[in-house]
Every structure is written in structure tokens, then in C-alpha cells.
Design a protein around this ligand. Structure first.
Ligand SMILES: CC(C)(COP(=O)(O)OP(=O)(O)OC[C@H]1O[C@@H](n2cnc3c(N)ncnc32)[C@H](O)[C@@H]1OP(=O)(O)O)[C@@H](O)C(=O)NCCC(=O)NCCS
Length: 295
């Protein structure tokens, strides 16, 4: 197991009910001098944490953007974003922890969490109307910049007016999972994941129950080529819903070389093709169907 996986597993363990309810198991993951700066700014000591956590209300969580950096022979910095769902409320934070190697194992020595805007969307991780409007505007702008020149103007207009609308995204937000990348308060990229809707019956690997589809991966034109696309994709692939699926599908326009390179680099492989229908008929270039399987 890599260093990153080990530390990620420990961070996740610290968030599970099983470990939080068991002071000796949790204590084994913390140094004697552990300090936590909570999201309110309050400072918690190890003893206070071991007393507080068993009495907490249960919650679900999802980690995003997990990264580690070795700061010394026995010191690792872990940074990530976290969506925590409790009593119907979503709490989004950016977190960091310092792990030190002490008494034969990695132990958390410092932890901090800062509240931030929504990182994930679906009914239980609500997104406000301003975010939804920004998401639609970003999608329409990015779609036009990427594909506008290759489409008949009427086909472009009808795609914008019929598919990339506020109400279509309201419905999508209710059923699919969205991962956001933000710059300050602005959404600059996102991925959308849901049940498989692509027709995969004639491909080399037809979809099965529980498989998922990456429906969109968009980065605002002015933010492209700076690593955001890869980061959003890897956050999407790291969602528990996706990690638990046997396969994740997507379709990509044959001529979309930028996206194809990103997907092939991330373990996707081509398994078939499908025609892409525009308002005025069938597009001349097909879409490729790609899949990334767990095995
Ligand atoms: C496809 C898309 C999501 C990629 O997003 P992105 O943010 O540009 O992706 P990345 O920055 O991670 O990678 C893109 C390239 O920039 C390079 N890059 C990344 N960081 C870089 C940096 N700091 N400096 C220079 N180049 C960089 C990557 O190596 C990659 O190079 P490659 O094209 O030669 O393989 C984006 O182009 C997009 O939104 N396109 C329109 C919508 C679309 O086509 N979506 C996919 C539909 S299936």
C-alpha cells in the first residue's frame, strides 16, 4: 500500500463511527500531543477529542482531493476536502493533518478544518440557486468554446436552448452526483456522474447493474491546461460510489483529442462507438464509448 493510501485509510478511519466510538482505537491513531483547530476556531486537545467523539450524532462522509506530502523522514502533511452529511445538513470543509511516525506507526499530530462552499452536489449535498446558475453558465460557455465552431449554428442554438438549460440542470442535480472545482467562490470545473444511460449493449463490455457513467467533465476555457481537468476527474473516480462500481463509462467525440488524452491517461479504454444526434440529423463523426474497469 502506498504512503498516500495508508494515510488516507487512517484519515477515513478517524471519521468512522466504529473508531470514533472506541477511544482506545482512536487514541492509537493520535499522538499524545495532538491538537485540532476546529471549523469554529476552537482548539481541541487529545483528551477533549477522545471524550467528545463517542457522543456525536452519526454522519456520512466523502473525501475529495486527497494528497500527501512528505515533510521529513517521519512527518507527512495530508490535505483534502471533506463533505460531511449529518441530520440532513451538508458540511463542506478543506482539511489538513500532520502525521508523524511515532512508536512504530503513523499517528495524527495536528488537524485543522476550514468551512468552504459546496464541493459536491446531489439532494443531500444541496447547491444554492446561485451555484446552479453559475454551473449552467459555465457549461454553456465551455460547450460553445469547445464545440461551437464544429457545429451548424442552428444545432448549437438548439443544444443550448433545449439541453443546457437551468431546468435540465435542476433535474440533473437531483439525480446525479456533481463534483466541483472552485477558485474562490466561482465554480471553474465540474464532473457529473450518474447511472449508465449510454447504450453499451453493442460494445465489448455491456454495462451491468451498479456501473456508473461520467456524463460530463467541464473546465472553464480560461482555466484549461492547468491540471484542473485531471484533478476533477480523479476526485470523481475517488468517490465511494465510483470506487465501488465495477465499471465507469463515458462517451467522447472522436475529434475531442484533449479529452481523449485525459481519459486514456486515467485508465479508460475504448470499447465501441455510438452516433451523436444533432437537431438537424446525425453528426458525421461518431462518439467513442470508453470504459474504466476496477480489475
Ligand atoms: C477536456 C477538459 C475537461 C480537460 O480539462 P483541463 O483542465 O484542460 O485538463 P488538464 O489541465 O488536467 O490537462 C490538459 C492538458 O494540459 C496539460 N497541463 C496540465 N497542467 C499543466 C500546466 N500547469 N502547464 C501546462 N500544461 C499543463 C496536461 O498535461 C494535459 O496535456 P495534454 O493535452 O497534452 O495531454 C477541458 O478541455 C474541457 O472542459 N473541454 C471542453 C468540454 C469537454 O470536451 N469535455 C469532455 C467531454 S467528454
Amino acid at each position: 500500500m502506498s504512503e498516500l493510501e495508508t494515510i488516507r485509510r487512517f484519515e477515513e478511519a478517524c471519521l468512522t463511527r466504529e473508531i470514533r466510538d472506541d477511544p482506545s482505537a482512536l487514541g492509537a491513531l493520535l499522538t499524545e500531543g495532538l491538537v485540532e483547530v476546529g471549523s469554529s476556531g476552537r482548539i481541541w486537545t487529545r483528551r477533549e477529542i477522545l471524550e467528545r467523539l463517542p457522543n456525536e450524532a452519526p454522519f456520512e462522509f466523502e473525501l475529495l482531493d486527497f494528497a500527501t506530502e512528505r515533510l521529513g523522514e517521519s512527518v507527512i502533511l495530508a490535505t483534502y476536502s471533506c463533505v460531511l452529511m449529518r441530520d440532513g445538513n451538508a458540511n463542506h470543509t478543506r482539511r489538513s493533518s500532520v502525521w508523524v511516525f511515532a512508536q512504530d506507526r503513523w499517528r495524527m499530530h495536528f488537524h485543522q478544518g476550514t468551512p468552504c462552499g459546496p464541493l459536491l452536489s446531489r439532494p443531500e449535498y444541496p447547491v444554492n440557486e446561485t451555484d446552479l446558475e453559475a454551473l449552467v453558465a459555465l457549461t454553456r460557455r465551455t460547450y460553445t468554446a469547445a464545440f461551437g465552431a464544429s457545429l451548424d449554428p442552428e444545432d448549437l442554438a438548439s443544444h443550448l436552448d433545449e439541453t443546457l438549460t437551468f431546468s435540465a440542470f435542476e433535474r440533473a442535480i437531483a439525480k446525479d452526483l456533481f463534483v466541483f472545482e472552485r477558485e474562490g467562490d466561482d465554480i471553474v470545473g465540474f464532473a457529473q456522474i450518474g447511472e449508465v444511460e449510454i447504450d453499451t449493449a453493442k460494445t465489448k463490455r455491456p454495462a451491468q447493474q451498479g456501473d456508473v457513467e461520467l456524463r460530463r467533465l467541464y473546465v472553464a476555457p480560461e482555466y484549461q491546461r492547468s491540471g484542473i481537468g485531471m484533478r476533477v476527474l480523479s476526485n470523481a473516480l475517488n468517490l465511494s460510489l465510483v470506487r465501488e462500481a465495477d465499471a465507469i463509462y463515458l462517451d467522447v467525440w472522436t475529434k475531442n483529442e484533449n479529452a481523449k488524452r485525459l481519459y486514456l491517461r486515467s485508465g479508460f479504454a475504448e470499447i465501441g462507438s455510438t452516433s451523436f444526434a444533432t437537431a438537424s440529423g446525425e453528426a458525421s463523426d461518431p462518439d467513442l464509448i470508453l470504459v474504466r474497469t476496477r480489475s
